[in-house]
Write a protein that binds this ligand. Sequence first.
Ligand code: GTP
Ligand code: MG
Length: 195
Amino acid sequence: LFAAQSDFLKGVVAMSGLPPADRIEVCFAGRSNVGKSTLINALTGRKGLARASNTPGRTQEINFFTIGDAHYLVDLPGYGYANAPLPVVEKWQKLLKQYLSGRQTLRRAFVLIDARHGVKAVDEEIMSLLDSSAVTFQVVLTKTDKVKEKDREKVLAQVRDKLSKHPAAYPELVLTSSEKGDGIATLRAIIAGLE
Ligand code: GTP
Ligand code: MG
């Protein structure tokens, strides 16, 4: 699948702007700065396809990318913090929630968790929303290159404990480093295997 052409399709600021629900769709949700856009670049092998930056709140629209002719990858604005005026932030958060609870063809939400920080209260809010919308979600740990082997287990245990309380959670975690490329092939295979 990922050998196929990947392209930016459009940025969406309202539900009415969503492209036709005619492809297999996966999205990437997570706190601001967790590495969503960078992960999409690593998956597609195209640096700069999704705009990434060290400033939280970089992605301010719902960005659709096409892979081949049957898949959408969706880069979402971050939640939990944004360096933007409150009314603007509230607008994205509302759109984010509408999208996560109302997109028919959304096959899986990947919820990105920073491997240094584990699951925070805002992540659990999103997980609960996905539970009530019956959207299967899978946790992807990001930035594993920044965590020492011995600290990793503690975070993994915390994440697994939190997930056990969410019925929509897919039990298997994916450990990634967009920097080193770890877990990227695994995640590609998971997405390619969705129907
Ligand atoms: P928003 O769009 O603001 O919600 O952020 P985002 O989740 O899209 O994060 P983004 O991809 O822009 O990455 C934020 C920062 O983390 C950038 O400086 C990235 O280079 C860095 N980063 C992302 N993934 C990794 C990783 O696996 N390892 C390391 N070391 N840094 C990473
Ligand atoms: Mg982003």
